[in-house]
Design a protein. Structure first.
Length: 315
């Protein structure tokens, strides 16, 4: 199979039939063998009914329905587990991503040898203050922190080699950082393509300003996981050594001063250096304990499913 198109969605019943027709037209005109995997992330409209109708008409349409809303990352993870195409395309269901981009994205993976190609919505139709400017700041921070030189991390339109999606673990709200996860997994051939962004045709966006706040928090998380996720003691232990060394230094100074330099001066407990020494040594010990606990949790944690599937179609 040439292409798997993975489409997470939440309450997008109005756009689904039009999106399917558009994708099918592109696939058939380019003679691709394909599958379209819709993941209904707990919609409370008639999205699942529409997917059911499309799957009855076309066996290449497959559906996964979550028991409730788990988030885009979990939806992508479920779609990646089921995907079988040599190239996996992800796109949003709101018709803002253009399926006509699929053939060139496919060629960049197969012919040009990239592991991942990310869409870049260079010209956007979003509100400038509420989405464009925060998005630019977010992407700048992501580039500086991760070392992945992409202009638009948050674009839903991406293409992957099948091996990439099978080797990355997308969880929480880490869908924004799939290129970073891919790089950390060893897939370094990452590129981008300018893609057409279209104004939303139906409904309203499901994302608010809070996604940028969450995005920056996730950026800190992924920075930590990429560097210390497999060895938390290296970070917490180093911080513990630094804090303990500061505390020990103050303690040594107080001891030398009291014994040799000023034996009849103030009591050690009356001096501020004593409390600095005590606090830093306690904090250093806590960092050590945090590192040990992180190592224990890492080695004993069981694999746990992060979502529950209510029903599937055509699998």
């Amino acid at each position: 199979m040439n292409i798997s198109v993975v489409i997470p969605l939440l309450n997008e019943q109005e756009s689904l039939t039009e999106l399917y027709d558009w994708i099918a037209k592109v696939m058939q005109s380019n003679h691709f063998s394909y599958e379209i995997i819709f993941i209904d992330d707990g919609s409370d409209d008639n999205s699942w009914e529409t997917i059911t109708q499309l799957s009855a008409k076309d066996k290449q349409v497959k559906g996964i329905r979550f028991l409730k809303n788990y988030g885009k990352s979990q939806a992508l993870h479920a779609g990646f587990e089921k995907a079988q195409g040599d190239v996996v395309i992800t796109m949003d269901a709101d018709l803002q991503d253009n399926p006509d981009e699929i053939p060139e994205l496919y060629n960049m993976i197969i012919k040009d040898g990239f592991d991942l190609v990310s869409g870049w919505k260079k010209k956007r139709y979003d509100a400038i203050l509420s989405k464009n400017l925060p998005s630019k700041l977010f992407n700048w921070a992501a580039r500086r922190t991760s070392g992945v030189k992409l202009h638009d991390f948050n674009c839903g339109l991406k293409a992957y080699r099948l091996e990439v999606v099978k080797h990355i673990d997308v969880n929480g709200e880490m869908h924004r950082y799939i290129p970073v996860l891919s790089k950390n997994a060893g897939f370094n051939k990452i590129s981008e393509k300018v893609v057409q962004h279209q104004a939303r045709k139906y409904g309203e966006t499901k994302f608010g300003m809070d996604r940028f706040i969450n995005g920056f928090l996730d950026l800190i998380t992924i920075w930590f996981l990429s560097r210390f996720g497999k060895r938390p003691m290296h970070l917490f232990g180093s911080l513990g050594v630094i804090m303990f060394a500061i505390g020990f230094g103050f303690s040594l100074y107080l001891g030398i001063d009291k014994i040799f330099l000023n034996p009849f001066g103030r009591l050690i407990t009356e001096r501020p250096q004593f409390y600095i020494a005590l606090s830093t040594m306690i904090i250093g010990t806590q960092f050590f304990v945090a590192g040990f606990l992180g190592e224990i949790i890492l080695r004993t944690k069981p694999e746990k499913k992060r979502y529950s599937i209510k029903s599937e179609l055509n699998f």
